[in-house]
Design a binder for this molecule. Structure first.
Ligand code: PMT
Length: 404
């Protein structure tokens, strides 16, 4: 595995030398990139001696125009050649620049060009860490699917005691190495994922929808792309940034989602239906806004196309993973969906409880298999649940190959 180690300009920069060594001890080839502020705290020579490689210090640091040109495009090559980007210490300024897409030095341009997993280990003064501006930037970066390795509590260089100290370099290296052991086990697969709600218009200004935020489906898309898959994400309307390295197709209604899924089905070797598709819609939407009257109003709705059922009929040898959102009889209902829709696995969510299922950052699910076997996954961030779902998908793929 190859990793970029980006070092920000903070007092903890000296600890990134230990981190470089700890990553290398775990078999990771390290390319160090120092910001100009970091180079004030620790010299490039230290890292060059540790890693045996040239240390990159700035975007336009070379003098001749030919060298300037090669330096200007080097960040693209660095982004393409590496499997992980680790930034430690990630200072408040770096977090702000990453969150808002600035591209004013080698590290931030590399970040924008990089499509793999990003690990950020912040370190700074306690008040700077707890400041709403920093916390908002961290939340943006978390939503982008990056792994934030939280700073530890302790006595800081500024004399204050509180959170802000860089996490233990050995622990950071452990997290990065643990991630790399997943490897690119989905390489060669094209995975079609649906996410988010659908919106079914009632007239030009009103619609029926549901509480799906798309977080589960987007976490699945990010996990799949990090593990080497080619990912097509068909998304209902959500407030999430498009995951990097993923082809995203935006839709609104169940009919549009069905058409997009069927259009791309031939390319897919695995389909994951995480979207919360409306079951009913108005098949004839009035052209003009429906006027309010004093009398009671009722709606006559027609069923939407059942995309999962149609996928089950057209399954061929692709893997089909459905989701089920239930408020009771979780595994029984999921198993009956699995059988009636011809799925290989159903991910069952017990919805209607606080902190999991719709809208939340975490989920707690049961994987229901064709054999009737059930695998409960304890409450965890949706990113981790997505990883566990793909671990099971790989096992299903292997057992299907073995059975042929
Ligand atoms: O988006 P989040 O806020 O992160 O929340 C995640 C989630 C709870 C939405 C997600 O994890 C989930 O459970 N998705 C499925 C929700 C759902 O619609 O469940 P269902 O039991 O109604 O549908 C069963 C399956 O049939 C689903 O795979 C669904 O995509 C599919 N379906 C449903 C109706 C329809 N017309 N066509 C379909 O393909």
């Amino acid at each position: 595995m190859n990793a970029v180690l980006g070092v920000g300009g903070g007092i903890a920069a000296y600890k990134s030398a230990e981190l470089a060594r700890a990553l290398m001890e775990r078999g990771i080839r390290v390319q160090v990139v120092l910001t100009s502020a970091a180079a004030q705290f620790i010299t490039p020579l230290t890292f060059a001696a540790l890693t045996g490689r040239k240390v990159i210090t700035d975007l336009f640091s070379n003098s001749s125009s030919e060298e300037t040109l090669s330096s200007a495009i080097e960040h693209i090559a660095v982004a393409q050649e590496n499997d992980a980007l680790v930034i430690a210490p990630a200072t408040a300024d770096l977090l702000a620049r990453l969150a808002h897409g600035h591209a004013n030095d080698f590290l931030t341009t590399t970040y924008l060009a990089f499509t793999g997993p990003v690990f950020l280990a912040p370190a700074m003064n306690t008040n700077m860490w707890l400041h709403p501006a920093t916390q908002e930037n961290v939340s943006i970066l978390k939503k982008r699917g990056h792994v934030i390795i939280e700073p530890e509590e302790g006595m800081l260089a500024c004399g204050i005691t509180g959170p802000g100290r860089l996490a233990d370099p050995q622990g950071i290296a452990e997290i990065v190495a643990g991630f790399s052991s997943l490897g690119k086990d989905l390489e060669g697969e094209t995975i079609l994922i649906t996410a988010g709600p659908t919106q079914e218009p009632l007239d030009p200004v009103r619609y029926i929808s549901n509480r799906s935020s798309g977080k589960m489906g987007y976490a699945l898309a990010e996990a799949a792309v990090h593990r080497g898959a080619n990912v097509i994400l068909i998304s209902g309307p959500v407030q999430l940034p498009e995951p990097r390295g993923v082809s995203v197709i935006q839709v609104h209604t169940a009919v549009e989602m069905r058409d997009a899924v069927m259009q791309h089905l031939a390319e897919a070797s695995i389909v994951v239906k995480a979207a919360a598709v409306a079951d009913y819609h108005l098949s004839r939407v009035p052209q003009h806004k429906v006027k309010k009257t004093a009398t009671r109003m009722s709606l006559e709705l027609d069923p939407t196309p059942d995309i999962l059922a149609e996928l089950g009929q057209k399954k061929a040898d692709r893997l089909l993973i459905g989701f089920a959102a239930e408020t009771e009889n979780l595994t029984r209902s999921a198993l009956s969906k699995l059988e009636s829709k011809n799925c290989d696995m159903v991910v069952a969510n017990l919805v209607g409880q606080d902190g999991t299922g719709f809208e939340s950052d975490e989920n707690e699910v049961v994987l229901v298999l064709r054999t009737g076997e059930t695998i409960p996954l304890a409450r965890a961030p949706k990113r981790d649940i997505a990883g566990r779902i793909f671990d099971q998908v790989i096992k299903l793929r292997l057992s299907l190959h073995a059975a042929r």
